[in-house]
Write a protein that binds this ligand. Structure first.
Ligand SMILES: Cc1cc2nc3c(=O)[nH]c(=O)nc-3n(C[C@H](O)[C@H](O)[C@H](O)COP(=O)(O)OP(=O)(O)OC[C@H]3O[C@@H](n4cnc5c(N)ncnc54)[C@H](O)[C@@H]3O)c2cc1C
Length: 269
């Protein structure tokens, strides 16, 4: 089975600090790690390769230093790594990011049977990328998967949704986004990282390699603009009210009137 895993390098959450004036993440001096759910996706891919054979390719779009994340993926056991990097990709929103990733996946030979993504990242956390790649490539998609079984030319996957366990049969090729419960992640073998740096190659693709235009990628190709960022106000303490249903309703109505959510007239029978 040909599997592609999309991985993203994110700031290591415990070391993240905010520039409160500019309302941006301070990236200088902050350690970067592979997004935790992308380790799960990689592990699932490696386990599937072990069961049914094939190849695991990892891909990331990011600045040149994201190569470190790909080297780590090679050290864990991926067969090939592709870095999509170009100054034109900077400032991308999720639409522009998934467009570049989809274009790169489309160019892979052979085309993958399965594309795996994490369900969301620990930094931007939108959960957009997987579904948008699937949409661009015209692939069926299942999000939030926590079990994968290969059955002939299909997959049978399970996911928790609103407290129910869905079992879904999906035809290949397909895109899945995965959750934490899918499988435990293996430790990096001793010395493997060093070997991945000295003996393995990372392929680099730029905007020209992907035949993309500047207005399709990065800031120019982004459909969203950040107008304002603010830290949410801390939530006040809750209020516990006791009494008969009538007392509680009257109390609630008075509070809603005080907040101008309800007119005095609305509360009258
Ligand atoms: C207007 C705007 C401007 C932005 N400008 C910048 C900027 O200048 N610099 C910047 O760093 N970010 C910027 N971002 C954030 C950037 O768009 C997101 O980090 C990126 O699109 C991924 O979104 P996400 O982290 O929410 O991914 P999610 O959808 O939560 O990620 C789910 C999964 O998709 C895959 N995935 C996500 N991103 C990648 C990737 N890059 N490569 C491979 N696989 C991936 C992984 O498997 C991941 O687990 C901007 C966002 C907006 C809205």
């Amino acid at each position: 089975m040909e599997i592609v895993v999309c991985i993203k390098q994110v700031p290591d959450v415990p070391t993240v600090r905010m520039d409160r004036e500019r309302m941006t993440i301070i990236r200088e001096g902050v350690e970067s790690v592979i997004n935790p759910l992308d380790y799960v996706a990689m592990e699932a891919a490696l386990e599937l390769r072990q069961k049914v054979g094939g190849q695991v390719r990892v891909i990331t779009m990011g600045p040149p230093q994201s190569e470190v994340a790909l080297r780590e993926a090679l050290a864990v056991g991926a067969d090939r790594a592709i870095l999509l990097t170009d100054p034109a990709f900077a400032g991308a929103d999720t639409l522009a990011t998934s467009h570049v990733l989809a274009r790169a996946i489309e160019r892979l030979d052979p085309f993958p049977d399965m594309v795996l993504c994490g369900m969301q990242t620990t930094d931007s956390d939108t959960g957009h990328i997987g579904p948008q790649i699937a949409e661009e490539l015209g692939l069926p998609q299942v999000c939030g998967v926590n079990e994968i079984h290969v059955e002939g030319k299909d997959l049978v996957v399970k996911r928790l949704s609103d407290g129910f366990l869905d079992t879904i049969r999906v035809a290949l090729p397909t895109l899945l986004t995965v959750t934490k419960g899918l499988c435990p992640v293996r430790d990096l073998p001793l010395g493997a990282l060093e070997a991945a740096f000295s003996t393995k190659d990372v392929l680099r693709w730029s905007i020209d390699d992907l035949d993309l235009r500047k207005d399709e990628v990065g800031f120019e190709g982004s459909a969203t603009r950040v107008r304002r960022l603010r830290i949410p106000l801390p939530r006040g303490n809750g209020e516990v009210v006791e009494g008969s249903p009538e007392t509680l309703v009257n109390h609630l109505l008075r509070r809603l009137e005080a907040l101008s959510i309800l007119d005095e007239e609305d509360g009258k029978e």
